[in-house]
Design a protein around this ligand. Sequence first.
Ligand SMILES: [Zn+2]
Length: 95
Amino acid sequence: MSIEKKCPNCQEWTVWNRKLNDRCTQCNELLDVNRVKETEAYLEREKSNKRSDFYNVKETDGIFMIATRKIALFFHIVFGAISWFFIWMFMNAAG
Ligand SMILES: [Zn+2]
């Protein structure tokens, strides 16, 4: 399903498949630059938010601290999976 969209760069009408990385057929510019930038910024943030040392169990940890770290890591992974799911939805069913 494609529709027409006015290119923000050259002001010509072009085919728009409502995809994140659609480009203008006239000038080859991205049609939705802001959304692409937002998504890239988000992915970049996710990458730099790699698991911190907090989740690594240390030899000096007591049983309570180990449990805390494991639970924290569990939630970290669950919420990470949920946000990736939304990113995926965002890219596939955009618009
Ligand atoms: Zn254009």
